[in-house]
Design a protein around this ligand. Structure first.
Ligand SMILES: Cc1cc2nc3c(=O)[nH]c(=O)nc-3n(C[C@H](O)[C@H](O)[C@H](O)COP(=O)(O)OP(=O)(O)OC[C@H]3O[C@@H](n4cnc5c(N)ncnc54)[C@H](O)[C@@H]3O)c2cc1C
Length: 455
């Protein structure tokens, strides 16, 4: 036996399980296998000058490596059961919230101290939103910011590096059960362990599907969220973002009864490209450091699509729409809201003459050629609804980048200990389809480590 515990994936789920194991059971021999690079080697080559768009690196530094998909994220740790995953349905509401608070304490201890914790408790915006048929969800939000989030990861790695064996640039090819132990197969070797924690996130979704098939772990299809990223002058949302930072607002469309929601709000932030399995979609960042802030705020407007029999491939549906935008725009498309509602494409002239400067270089185009009518109608309806609580949202110059897609892993069947039908094999974080956020993924890591530590 090489190890007591092998963790596959060094995203927040993997990191927090390693952290908690070293704390509770320092004698255990633990290894972490990570397909991507060590933190200091993670660099996206897009610099806006020599490399303007994604060149599909073998290992995407945005999605993979120590810190996982969250490493260059905005570092918003939402402490809530209302969104960010359904961990509470598996482990219980109180336990899930307690774990998220615990993760927050660790983040504070490892460099996050002094960052702001926002809360919707007692806010006047709740009433204001309801008056316009908009629904503000409850949450506390710790905003680390991209810069502090990185510092926390550096500090956690410094703590872990001599307690755990890290194998970077080492994608695990397969997991097999051999003579009652787990055999982890990589290109250059085979390793065995008594217990295995799989935490491969969204980038490992296809691999996870294969492992579930091979180890006969039941799964069910999940949803896909499709929409756009909205960018507007920071003043338009400042009254909300100054108090709440991130406001999760849900709207039910009159036309179709679909739910449209705001997602990942980045006050004074920047819009960025995201590469998921070679498909370029859009996302957003923001920084705690005022020197790095911009004059714009961005957030996504997303519509969730669930499919019923016979169609199961919700991610495939989202990928096809994103591919269409990549085909038309060579990547992400940007359009002024005014051009969209007048039924004309945006061109570079109209973008240049707008009263807002885009923070992402995207191809001016026509999102109505990409997004299904039902989704686009819902987004337009929500923009007009938001205009009532944040006047200016529906201005002609508001920029819409498309497409933004949130892919979800298929949901893996696990027990309340997040253990699969194979004893000693745990599936946590976004790779389980149960979590979709930094806080929930991290909490699931602590939960499993505590379970292992009691054995
Ligand atoms: C740009 C961006 C911004 C975001 N912003 C936020 C935010 O502000 N707040 C929030 O809550 N969430 C945010 N998210 C989502 C958040 O990052 C994820 O929910 C979170 O990282 C999930 O953690 P995880 O550990 O489950 O998976 P991941 O972070 O995806 O980590 C999984 C790791 O496993 C590795 N891996 C995959 N397959 C293998 C294999 N076969 N062998 C070895 N290693 C493998 C991957 O390389 C990766 O490093 C953001 C995501 C992105 C992309």
């Amino acid at each position: 036996m090489n190890y007591d515990v092998i963790i596959i994936g060094a995203g927040p789920g993997g990191i927090f399980s390693a952290y908690e194991l070293t704390l509770l059971k320092p004698d255990l021999k633990v290894a972490v296998f990570e397909a991507g690079h060590a933190l200091h080697k993670r660099h996206c080559p897009i610099d806006g000058e020599t490399v303007k768009s994604c060149i599909s690196c073998r290992s995407c530094s945005i999605m993979s490596g120590f810190g996982g998909a969250g490493a260059f994220s905005d570092g918003k740790y939402n402490i809530t059961n209302d969104f960010g995953g359904t961990l509470h349905e598996v482990i219980g509401k109180k336990r899930a919230l307690d774990l998220m608070h615990y993760v927050d304490q660790i983040n504070m201890r490892y460099g996050g101290e002094g960052t702001k914790l926002y809360s919707t408790a007692g806010t006047k915006f709740k009433k204001e939103c309801i008056q316009h048929d908009l629904h503000l969800l409850d949450a506390s939000v710790r905003h680390l910011g991209t810069d502090i989030n990185y510092v926390v990861l550096e500090n956690l790695y410094a703590y872990l590096q001599d307690k755990v064996d890290f194998y970077f640039d080492t994608p695990v090819e397969s997991v097999a059960i051999v003579d009652g132990v787990y055999e982890i197969v990589c290109k250059d070797g085979r390793y065995t362990c008594k217990q295995c924690i799989i935490s491969v996130g969204r980038s490992g979704s296809k691999w996870m599907e294969r492992v579930c098939k091979e180890l006969k772990i039941p799964t069910k299809s999940n949803r896909v969220d499709i929409g756009v990223r909205v960018e507007l002058p920071a003043e338009v949302f400042a009254h909300l973002t100054d108090e709440l930072y991130e406001s999760k607002i849900v709207y039910c469309t009159k036309g179709y009864g679909d739910r449209v929601r705001t997602f990942c709000m980045n006050p004074r932030g920047a819009v960025v490209n995201e590469n998921t399995n070679g498909i370029i979609t859009v996302n957003g960042h923001s920084y705690e450091d005022p020197a790095k802030q911009t004059e714009n705020t961005n957030f996504a407007l997303l519509v969730a699509k669930h499919f019923s029999e016979p169609f199961k491939d919700s991610n495939g549906y989202g990928e096809s729409i994103a591919r269409l935008s990549n085909m038309l725009g060579g990547g992400v498309i940007v359009q002024r809201f005014g051009d969209l509602i007048r039924g004309r494409r945006s061109n570079q002239n109209r973008i240049d003459e707008a009263f807002i400067t885009p923070t992402l270089k995207a191809t001016p185009g026509d999102l109505s050629l990409v997004l299904p009518k039902r989704i686009l109608d819902g987004i337009i309806e929500m923009i007009y609804a938001l205009d009532k609580v944040a006047p200016g949202t529906a201005n002609d110059d508001t920029l819409l980048y498309g497409v933004e897609v949130k892919f979800y892993n298929m949901e893996v069947e696990v027990s309340e200990d997040l253990e699969s039908c194979n004893k000693g094999l745990y599936i946590i974080g976004d790779g389980s389809g149960i979590t979709h956020s930094l806080s929930h993924a991290s909490a699931s890591g602590v939960h499993v480590a505590r379970k292992i530590a009691t054995q």
